[in-house]
Design a protein around this ligand. Sequence first.
Ligand SMILES: [Cu+2]
Length: 68
Amino acid sequence: METVELKVEGMDCQGCVKSVTRMLSGVPGVENVDVSLEEGRARVTYDPAKAGPTEFKRAVERAGYKAP
Ligand SMILES: [Cu+2]
């Protein structure tokens, strides 16, 4: 397992946190997701054989937020 931190822009309430968490949790290979509204970031623990930061950024964007 590996852990990566992504910046997430555009979240402004706990509903946003839930959406981002749900989208990231749906990526195959993701083990754990911890999203912080205050810090504007998501910490993702994942199996690097199955997924990586590119997929996570796409998932954040699908949820309607920015992952610069
Ligand atoms: Cu919100």
